[in-house]
Design a protein around this ligand. Structure first.
Ligand SMILES: [Mn+2]
Length: 275
C-alpha cells in the first residue's frame, strides 16, 4: 500500500462507508489549542471513518522530514503518532501537501503510516470521480504567489533548501511566513480559486466535482453543473469564535451522501474551550 510516489488516483474499496476530509489545520507550536482539538477529533475517528483525507496545510510549516529526528518538535511528533494510531485501527490516512507543508515527504508518510496524495488526485468513490487538491494552484490571479510556487516546487530548489541546517531552515520559514502575512494583509481580499482554472482541471480529469481547501471560503461553489466544495480552515488559537470543520463522504450502494460537520459545538461540549 505504501508508495514513494504520491498517488494521483485513489479508489475507495466498495466496503467503505465513511470518509472524513479536512484541511488547513495549520498545526504547530504556535497553535496549541487547534492541535489539541485535532488530536481529540482523531481520537474519535477509529471505527467511525474508513479513511481520513487531509488536503494540505496540516502543518503551519514543514521544513523537511528530518525535523522528526529532533525531540523538540513535540506537536509534529504528537500528530504523527496520532495519525499512525488511527491507521492501526484500520482507518486509511492520506495526506496531500499544501502551500505551507509542501515539503512533507516519504519519511513523514512512513512515520504516520500515511499515503501521500498528488495534487491533484482523483478520488473514485461510489461511481463518482472527485478531484482533490489543496487549492493554492487554482489561485492563478495571485501572480506573485504563483511565481513563488513554481520556485519552491522545483526539485533543485528543494534540494538546496533541504541541504541547509535545520535551524537555518526554520528561521527562513518563519520570515517567509511573516512576509506572506504582510502580503496577505495588503490584499483587499485573500486570493480565491479561479473558477475557469478549476473548470479546466475538472475537464482534464473527466470530473464535475472538486473538493479543496486553502481559500478559507468554506461552502459549495456551483458553476453550471460543476461543484467546487471548499473545506474550512481550523483555528482555535487566533480566531474568535474558533473554527473547526470536516466534510464527510458516506458512500451507499447507489448514492453518495455529503455532510459538512461543524466541530465547534462538539469541542465546546467536550470542554476544549474551558480555560
Ligand atoms: Mn493553504
Amino acid at each position: 500500500m505504501k508508495s514513494e510516489t504520491p498517488l494521483h488516483r485513489l479508489q475507495a474499496p466498495p466496503h467503505w462507508r465513511a470518509l472524513a476530509l479536512a484541511s488547513d489545520l495549520h498545526l504547530g507550536g504556535q497553535a496549541p489549542r487547534t492541535t489539541d482539538a485535532f488530536l481529540r477529533w482523531l481520537d474519535t475517528l477509529g471505527g467511525r471513518a474508513d479513511a481520513l483525507l487531509l488536503l494540505g496545510d496540516v502543518f503551519d510549516a514543514w521544513v523537511g522530514d528530518d525535523l522528526l529526528e529532533h525531540s523538540r518538535n513535540d506537536t509534529e511528533h504528537a500528530v504523527c503518532a496520532a495519525l499512525a494510531a488511527l491507521g492501526a485501527q484500520g482507518c486509511m490516512v492520506a495526506v496531500q501537501r499544501g502551500n505551507r507543508d509542501f515539503l512533507l515527504g516519504p519519511a513523514f508518510a512512513a512515520r504516520c503510516g500515511a499515503l501521500l496524495l498528488d495534487d491533484p488526485c482523483v478520488l473514485e468513490v461510489a461511481g463518482q470521480r472527485i478531484v482533490l487538491c489543496h487549492g493554492d494552484a487554482l489561485c492563478i490571479g495571485d501572480q506573485a504567489y504563483m511565481r513563488w510556487r513554481a520556485v519552491c516546487r522545483d526539485p533543485d530548489w528543494q534540494g538546496q533548501f533541504l541541504a541547509q541546517p535545520l535551524t537555518q531552515r526554520l528561521q527562513q520559514a518563519q520570515s517567509a511566513r511573516a512576509q506572506s502575512r504582510q502580503a496577505q494583509a495588503a490584499l483587499e481580499q485573500p486570493a480565491d480559486a479561479d473558477a475557469d482554472e478549476a473548470r479546466r482541471w475538472l475537464l482534464a480529469q473527466h470530473a464535475s466535482w472538486m473538493i479543496h481547501g486553502h481559500t478559507h471560503r468554506p461552502r459549495e461553489h456551483w458553476q453550471g453543473a460543476t461543484l467546487r466544495q471548499v473545506l474550512g480552515d481550523w483555528d482555535l488559537d487566533h480566531a474568535a469564535p474558533g473554527r473547526a470543520q470536516a466534510l464527510w463522504l458516506r458512500p451507499g450502494d447507489a448514492w453518495l451522501r455529503v455532510d459538512r460537520e461543524d466541530l465547534m459545538p462538539w469541542l465546546q461540549a467536550a470542554g476544549e474551550l474551558a480555560t
